[in-house]
Design a protein around this ligand. Structure first.
Ligand code: ATP
Length: 486
């Protein structure tokens, strides 16, 4: 068998469409740019990844609790969190064809560093009282014009080739919605751009009811929405996506933040490995001072080697008590927890592991994918999913579909196994073709009922990865798969 080679995005996108993992959203109407639907196997795979995360980080621990909060929250949430004023990217438009670009993605690294430095100096001066925010606006305008000059110098529009850009401007990434029946001005709300804020806003309700002592974490899985300037690369960057986030609260006076930070880092690495992400392609990148959010004392981006480059997969950040104190200030509620030993009220600090479900799923697919040339010269495509997350764990076949005794026996086995495992019954085409189809959707085992089965009460079990076949007694199948799949 050949060495496992790196798949291309075309191979992944085409397999996803062909086998019903992921296809374009609302395709009969021409689709919607960068919107994708997860089909029969994709939705199951996605669910399995989320379930595995929930089991790993919530159910098997006694220091984590769950939350499932509303997507549309009181808009003051986003005022306090800083999303209304800061959650934006710099956008410029091609003057000829209106193509939009994210400026930081198009400027050269040294120019980005130069402009970041300039903005940082202005912000520092405002903070130190050396300058006023209003007086600095002209300077910021000047920086944007300088950026425009750089773009016009070396950035050709990918659509029309022109080098003629508008002055970059801030573009807020939150989706605004009208949350009233009357459409009045006070009715603007937002689709949440991250799941995290609900875990801060609900802190009192959670800490009062969960009866946990610090340190403890709150976990949530759910949809987030960002009006990204340049979505793309299949499901890597979309405007609607799911996040799996944890806010892990601890008493910063009692515990050095490095302890929970390192613990969660190790857990994230363990989980990525367990779910089948190729750890040789994952790189933990420490984000340097000037590039981190101002409230974060340390951020690690776990980057993955995608076919389109090494990019952020998941993040881990120490956010201090920034969020709780912001919400305290704006809501007037004390978001603190009483230390049962000292009776002191503590506003905890927080470590945040933040994971995108779709980026996780894409890395799982890329890690599992193999185009294999077999010894006889033929080839097959196979997804080497971990059994825990494979959409189908066992496929059951009768050797021939028009032999009633075989079909009946296979159906009985299927009925029995599907009580405990994710199973599929397939009697379509020859067995070789059925094996290939199951390989392509990553099914670890196939069970075939043949004429011998009627005599010896045994079936052929074929292993996806080794393609080795062995005879197993029907009566032993539950035990056999219990050991292999659980
Ligand atoms: P990027 O720099 O790629 O825009 P980010 O640093 O803004 O990502 P975070 O705000 O840290 O991302 O969000 C946490 C996680 O959510 C990311 O690590 C990623 O897995 C996921 N994520 C963020 N934006 C998107 C998106 N537009 N589409 C899909 N997943 C996303």
């Amino acid at each position: 068998m050949s060495e496992k080679n790196q798949p291309t995005m075309e191979e992944i996108v085409s397999l996803c469409k062909r086998r019903g993992f992921v296809f374009p959203s609302s395709e009969i109407y021409g689709g919607l740019a960068n919107a994708w639907d997860f089909g029969p196997y994709g939705s199951q795979l996605k669910k399995n990844i989320k379930d595995s995360w929930w089991r790993f980080f919530v159910e098997r621990r006694d220091d984590m609790v769950g939350l499932d909060a509303a997507i549309i929250m009181n808009p003051r949430t986003w005022e306090a969190s800083g999303h209304l004023s800061h959650f934006s990217d710099l956008k410029a438009e091609c003057k000829k064809c209106n193509e939009r670009i994210r400026v930081d993605q198009k400027l050269k690294d040294e120019d980005n560093a130069y402009f970041n430095d300039k903005v940082k100096n202005i912000n520092d001066a405002i903070r130190n009282g050396e300058k006023t925010a209003i007086g600095s606006e002209d300077e910021i305008d000047g920086i944007r014009k300088e950026m425009q000059i750089k773009l016009n110098e070396y950035c050709a529009c990918s659509k029309c080739g022109n080098k003629n850009w508008t002055v970059p401007e801030q573009f807020n990434l939150m989706f605004r919605i009208d949350y009233s029946l009357t459409g009045s001005e006070n009715s603007i709300a937002y689709l949440r751009p991250e799941t995290a804020q609900a875990m801060f806003v609900d802190f009192l309700n959670i800490s009062n009811t969960a009866r946990k002592k610090l340190p403890f974490g709150v976990a949530q899985i759910g949809k987030s929405f960002r009006n990204e300037i340049t979505p793309g690369n299949f499901i890597f960057r979309t405007r609607e996506f799911e996040q799996m986030e944890i806010e892990y609260f601890f008493d910063s006076k009692k515990s050095d933040w490095n302890i929970p930070f390192d613990g969660l880092r190790k857990d994230m690495e363990k989980w990525m490995d367990a779910v089948g992400i190729d750890m040789k392609k994952v790189h933990a990148v420490d984000i340097p001072d000037g590039e981190r959010a101002h409230y974060s004392q340390r951020t690690i981006d776990f980057e993955f080697e995608y076919p389109f480059g090494q990019k952020e997969l998941f993040g881990l950040a120490y956010r201090g008590d920034y969020d709780l104190s912001q919400h305290e200030n704006l809501s007037g509620e004390e978001l603190r927890i009483i230390d049962p030993e000292t009776n002191e009220k503590i506003r905890p600090h927080v470590i945040e592991p933040s994971l995108g479900v779709e980026r996780g799923l894409l890395s799982v697919l890329l890690s599992a994918f193999e185009n294999q040339v077999l010894e006889d010269g033929s080839s097959r495509t196979v997804l080497h999913f971990k059994p825990e997350i494979a959409p189908v764990q066992i496929a059951v076949f009768p050797l021939m579909k028009n032999k009633e005794e075989l079909v009946e026996k296979a159906k009985n086995i299927f009925e029995d196994l599907k009580q405990n495992f994710r199973c599929e019954f397939d009697d379509n085409g020859n067995v070789g073709k059925r094996y290939r189809r199951q390989d392509e959707i990553g099914t670890p085992f196939c069970v075939t009922v043949d004429f011998e089965s009627l005599e010896d009460g045994a079936v052929t079990v074929r292993d996806r990865d080794t393609m080795v076949q062995e005879r197993i007694k029907i009566a032993d199948l539950q035990k056999y798969f219990g050991e292999k799949l659980k």
